[in-house]
Ligand binder design. Structure first.
Ligand code: SF4
Length: 82
């Protein structure tokens, strides 16, 4: 988190969603996609709902308003980028 902490870009001010947040749990969100077989190699930074920047360690997700997700995370709502 440290490297991004000093930025003033809007989305990067949002807190990271917790795995035990009820909304996160509802879609089986995890911070490390490699820990769940269901992810099948997919992760947040290859998901069409992810709004983080290329190369960032975390970023926004359209299903978690006002929160960020880990680039290396995953959830059951993963959808391919077109
Ligand atoms: Fe990650 Fe996509 Fe799920 Fe959002 S919808 S948490 S970007 S896999």
């Amino acid at each position: 988190m440290g490297a991004l902490a000093s930025t003033s870009l809007r989305a990067e001010e949002d807190p990271l969603i917790a795995e035990n947040d009820p909304v996160a749990k509802a879609v089986k969100y995890v911070e490390d996609a490699t820990k769940v077989k269901e992810s099948e190699g997919n992760r947040c930074d290859t998901c069409s709902l992810y709004t983080g920047k290329d190369g960032a360690s975390q970023g926004g997700c359209q299903i978690f308003k006002g929160k960020q997700v880990k680039a290396a995370g995953w959830c059951a709502s993963w959808a391919p980028q077109m």
